[in-house]
Write a protein of this length. Structure first.
Length: 90
């Protein structure tokens, strides 16, 4: 059986994780606190919003902000207002 070789452009692969900024860290903390308040694990919340548990862990660590559709799912799953979700991120 012959295999095709796959070329990967390594210039598009991130070299390391993004450095957390205070606003992303605060957002992640808000998500983690709300998740714990409703009694969900990272895996449970990740399943509800359609992401991996690792991705949710990165959000809570302040490494990323999700795109708007994921933010809306996250807000609904945690039963939060937009103000609660972004509290302290001004």
């Amino acid at each position: 059986m012959l295999r095709k070789s796959v070329r990967v452009d390594i210039s598009t692969v991130p070299k390391r994780k993004p450095t957390p900024c205070p606003l992303r860290s605060r957002f992640g903390s808000n998500v983690a606190q709300a998740r714990l308040a409703v009694g969900l694990t990272q895996e449970g919340l990740a399943e509800k919003i359609g992401v991996s548990a690792r991705y949710l862990q990165s959000l809570e660590a302040g490494e990323y902000l999700p795109p708007l559709p994921k933010l809306a799912k996250l807000r609904a799953a945690l039963n939060l207002t937009w103000d609660d979700l972004f509290r302290g991120c001004e």
